[in-house]
Structures are given as structure tokens and as C-alpha cells.
Write a protein that binds this ligand. Structure first.
Ligand code: ZN
Length: 316
């Protein structure tokens, strides 16, 4: 089994395992939905496999791999929150287990959403994180790296996951048998984060927002500025998504104006976008893009929401 994407991380781990240079504690970081959990498990499986391939990928056939796949590998433990937090008792249990030497190879511990550890739990693991038994590897995952205690961060190596390329996104969705056939635009809109694309596929609200935005931008007879204004006023939670979609149309219009029509985010709206691009100058589109940025920024700094909606529907 090869891992899709994150190749520099996977290769780096592979080399470290091969050369016996693996560290004892890592923190995988990256946006929600980017695949920290999947990567952590893949790395754990790689570390535990007793018959790794040439490129250090797990073989999938040895006893370690097989037990791993059905969640009964005795040398693999996942700690995750059972209540809102990961509490000190869970960490104490883990530390008890970590003292037990494996019959062969390593033991791997994953602490998922490590930011959910209480302060006591974080303090409790400090000493072990600094110097675990030689056979143990501890992998923490978190989307909010900064919320970990500085003493935790200083005892582990941070590994940041990068957004996936479009091809990798396609491959990930294919492997997971998720069909996105007529929704290619979701891949680009998800900014390289598979979890986002997966969430959007069945998101009816997103589809509605997209239809409204497209009508507003391309066909005033089906969606006038006033109607769009009302939609945004009534659906505050859709505002940010609508701005993302408008941005994606501007992006596409600029691509058309620069004669690059391969990388459109919204290929299903190509005809409309070409028409739109022909009716607007590069300059005016750039202006609109910065206007939207400005509005978003000002909203965070307490610009009145209805005023923001008015500006968008009048000026965009
Ligand atoms: Zn194996």
C-alpha cells in the first residue's frame, strides 16, 4: 500500500526508519480534513511492519500489518477523546502500557486531536514525551498546534501536512470510492483538503449557494441584485461560502482573459465565464477581488453585516 500525497513526509519517515534514525515523538499538524489521522496511521503501520518493501511502504501481508488492519495489533494504541477532553486517566493508562516491552519491534502510540488534552494530561505526558522507552514512538495530531503547551511542542518534532494537488485529490476520492463526476469544481474549491471536498459533495446548502451566486453573476433575470441581497441577509452562515464562489469565478475569468482555460475551477460554467470575462476588464476584476477581501477583513473587525451585504450586491 502506497500513500497518496505528502510524499516528502512519507519519504523522510521511510529514510529515517531505514537508517534507524526515527525520532521518538512527532506532532502532525494541518487543517481539519487534510488527513492527519490517515497519515498518522500509515506511518504507524510502516513503523510496525516487519517486512517493509524497498521504498519502506508497509507490506500489507505480515502479521503486524494484518493485525493492524483489523485494529488488533498489540503494539499499536490510539488515544482519543471519549468526553470533550482527553483526560489524565487516559494518559496514565497509556503510560502504564508504554512500560510493557513488546516481544519484537516497536510500539506506536497516536494521540488524536492532542489539543484536547487537559493541561493536567499534557503535564502528565511530558516526561515520557521527552524520553520514552527506546522501542516507543508517540505521534500526536492536531489542527491547532498553538494550543499545545510549549513544553509539549518543544519535546516533539512538528510535521506539517501540505494541501494536496488536484490529481492527488482525485486519486484520494477515487480510492475512497467517492463519486464527484459532475462536481469537478469541488476539488478546486476545497483548496487541496480532501475532507472539505468530501463534506461539500453532499452539502445541499453549498449547492444552493453556488446556484444563487452563479445566477446573480451571470443572469440577472433569474437572480436580481435585490434578490441576492435578500438571500445573503437571510443566510448569514452562507456568506463566506458565497464569497469563496464569487472569488472562484473571478479567478476563472482572469484565466480566460489570460487565455489559460485549462485550469478553471468551474469548468461546468465555462461558457458563462467566457462571456463574463469578455464583458469585464482585467483591471475591474482585480478591483472586485480586492474589494471582497476588504469586506471580509472588515467584517472580522465588526463591519455591520447588512452593510457588507449591500456593498457586495451593489458593487460586485
Ligand atoms: Zn507488513
Amino acid at each position: 500500500m502506497e500513500f497518496i500525497g505528502q510524499s516528502s513526509i512519507v519519504e523522510d519517515f521511510g529514510n529515517k526508519i531505514k537508517n534507524n534514525k526515527l525520532g521518538h515523538a512527532y506532532i502532525l499538524t494541518g487543517e481539519p480534513g487534510i488527513g492527519k489521522r490517515t497519515l498518522a496511521r500509515y506511518l504507524a503501520k510502516t513503523i510496525l511492519c516487519t517486512d517493509r518493501k524497498e521504498n519502506q511502504a508497509p507490506c500489507g501481508n505480515c502479521r503486524a500489518c494484518k493485525t493492524f488492519d483489523v485494529n488488533v495489533n498489540p503494539n499499536f494504541t490510539v488515544v482519543r477523546h471519549e468526553t470533550r477532553s482527553i483526560v489524565i486517566k487516559q494518559i496514565r493508562n497509556m503510560l502504564e502500557d508504554i512500560e510493557i516491552r513488546p516481544s519484537e519491534g516497536k510500539k506506536v502510540y497516536i494521540i488524536e486531536e492532542a489539543d484536547r488534552m487537559t493541561t493536567q494530561a499534557q503535564n502528565c505526558i511530558l516526561k515520557t514525551l521527552e524520553e520514552p522507552p527506546p522501542y516507543a514512538v508517540i505521534i500526536l495530531t492536531t489542527a491547532i498546534y498553538d494550543s499545545l503547551l510549549i513544553t509539549i511542542k518543544s519535546r516533539a518534532v512538528q510535521v506539517s501536512l501540505k494541501p494536496y494537488s488536484l490529481d492527488e485529490m482525485r486519486e484520494i476520492l477515487n480510492v475512497n470510492r467517492i463519486s464527484f463526476a459532475d462536481k469537478e469544481y469541488l476539488l478546486s474549491l476545497s483548496q487541496g483538503i480532501p475532507g472539505k471536498a468530501i463534506n461539500l459533495i453532499d452539502d445541499k446548502d453549498f449547492e444552493e449557494s453556488r446556484n444563487k451566486v452563479m445566477s446573480f453573476l451571470f443572469d440577472n433575470s433569474t437572480m436580481s441584485a435585490m434578490e441576492f441581497n435578500k438571500y445573503l441577509s437571510d443566510n448569514k452562515e452562507a456568506f463566506s461560502t458565497c464569497m469563496d464562489i464569487i472569488d472562484s469565478v473571478y479567478h476563472d475569468a482572469l484565466m480566460v482573459l489570460y487565455s489559460i482555460e485549462d485550469g478553471l475551477i468551474n469548468p461546468d460554467k465555462k461558457d458563462n465565464i467566457i462571456k463574463y470575462a469578455n464583458e469585464h476588464s482585467t483591471y475591474s476584476i482585480m478591483q472586485k477581488i480586492s474589494r471582497i477581501q476588504e469586506i471580509r477583513l472588515n467584517l472580522k473587525r465588526n463591519l455591520n453585516y447588512q452593510l457588507a451585504v449591500d456593498i457586495v450586491t451593489l458593487e460586485i
